[in-house]
Design a protein around this ligand. Structure first.
Ligand code: MN3
Length: 198
């Protein structure tokens, strides 16, 4: 099985001014492409891992680091492009909105908890809103390219807080990047992810 780098679902400049076109181009065309190529090379050279879906790979308990990092990078960025949009409704939608209200104390409390996870992740990683598949939500973060799948969770939405995701525009101001990111969250897609996981 060969994993295919997906096209961005919008133009590189579509998310400006919140994420600039140059960052999007480098992030997709270099970083995401790199994870995808390295993943495919690893699988070519390690037949034991052939024929598995990306989810099956990432739920395996015994991934070597080369696989863990590149499979995670492939999967995480696939999700990342999808849960952003230039046409954000700016607030949670549908059943996901109800679950955020019921379980996490509402949108503002959720944003604070999410920003705390994203802001305190030392070095490189991701912050997530994930679900256990039974409707329960969890706000958490992972280092490097680790995924919620490895913890038995399914990601609903996530923010990349590697410096390559924001440094050109925001330099060291990660909190400003996180604040701006709420303007481009695709809440319809996040709600679909939540419903699909049930
Ligand atoms: Mn990235």
């Amino acid at each position: 099985m060969t994993f295919i780098l997906p096209d961005l679902p919008y133009s590189p400049q579509a998310l400006e001014p919140h994420i600039d076109a140059k960052t999007m181009e480098i992030h997709h065309d270099k970083h995401h492409a790199g994870y995808t190529n390295n993943l495919n090379t690893f699988i070519e050279q390690n037949p034991d891992w052939q024929g598995k879906s990306i989810e099956e790979i990432l739920r395996s308990p015994n991934m070597p680091d080369a696989l863990r990092n590149n499979a995670g990078g492939f999967f995480n960025h696939n999700l990342f492009w999808e849960i952003m949009t230039p046409d954000s409704p700016k607030e949670p939608q549908g059943e996901l909105k109800e679950a955020i209200d019921d379980q996490l104390g509402g949108f503002n409390a959720f944003k604070d908890a999410f920003k705390a996870q994203a802001g305190s992740r030392f070095g490189s990683g991701w912050a997530w809103l994930s679900t256990d598949g039974n409707g329960q939500l969890k706000v958490h973060s992972t280092p490097n390219q680790d995924t919620p799948l490895a913890e038995g969770l399914i990601p609903v939405l996530g923010i990349d807080v590697w410096e390559h995701a924001y440094y050109l525009n925001y330099q060291n101001r990660r909190p400003d990047y996180i604040d701006a990111w709420w303007n481009i969250v695709n809440w319809q897609k996040a709600n679909e992810n939540y419903l699909d996981a049930k």
